[in-house]
Design a protein around this ligand. Sequence first.
Ligand code: TXA
Ligand code: MG
Length: 308
Amino acid sequence: MLISLEEAADKLLSGDVVAIPTETVYGLAASYQNTDAIKKIYQLKNRPPQNPLILHVATAVEIEPFIKAALPPHFYLLARHFWPGPLTLVLEVILEKIPEIVRAGLTTQAFRVPDHPLTLDLLKKTGPLVAPSANLSGRPSAVTTEHVEFDFGKEFPVLDGGVCQRGVESTILIYKEEKWHLGRLGALPAGAFTSILGYTPEEISADDPLICPGQRYRHYAPHAKLNLVKEFKGVQAIIGFSDRVYPKDSQVIRWGSSQDPREVLSHLYETLRYLDSCSIKEVFVDVDFPDEGLWRTLKERLKKASGI
Ligand code: TXA
Ligand code: MG
């Protein structure tokens, strides 16, 4: 059910859960102090309780009261450069200031200022909101209001912000041992941070305790079986690029140019959801693309979605 900004603010302030648009994907929002509403988010998504939530704020300065000691080096440079935008920063916080259920018991909290005019206005009315992606746990994220309604039902309140422009989740940076590390690949490539930090943040490996807890779970997966391949012979369905030629007897679903990873990422979840809406059982995905920049984000999402 599509609702207005005022209705969304009223609902959130009275303890309801509402889906909200961001530039990355839709989120399932609740006030960060309302533990009952937050429990409802975990239930609605069927989300593992060990997987903490991102706290969304309207401006970087709102983060200061939550912080234990000094902010890490480069915090304000990163904030000024990328916020509002698809970057999440994980910081040590004063534990009493943020309910344990938000942090999933960790001593850190993930923060982000989303780049969507409606949600920024909403945050000014409601204060900080927790918001995991608005999809059933393990399934592809939602980038349209229809996707949210498909997962949570037609009656579920959704603030209509149109199609999410980036279409893939924020990049997460975690500060540890005097450096920022990549906790999750996302809408910003590692190289985006090099000139600001003076180094390129390294990816945290999956078995490192520092890894974002969510990275340990299967994610983004359609019911269809995904095969990640570079050659196509005698296959029924292909996900491929708009500027490539594939066998004539295959059904080809095209998600953008092989020269434009941003375009492809913006169509990723739409494409994965489309497979299920047409009951396609198996698809062969063209992964003949470079192992660099935003292509790494695409590869990571595809690996998770295919269960590798
Ligand atoms: O773009 C996004 O980030 C979207 C929009 C709605 O803002 N949100 C999103 O939330 O992707 P979610 O819950 O689907 O993913 C949040 C990720 C999870 O992998 C979680 O483990 C990680 O952030 N995370 C949250 N708090 C953390 C913390 N304190 N330390 C490390 N990782 C954390
Ligand atoms: Mg998610």
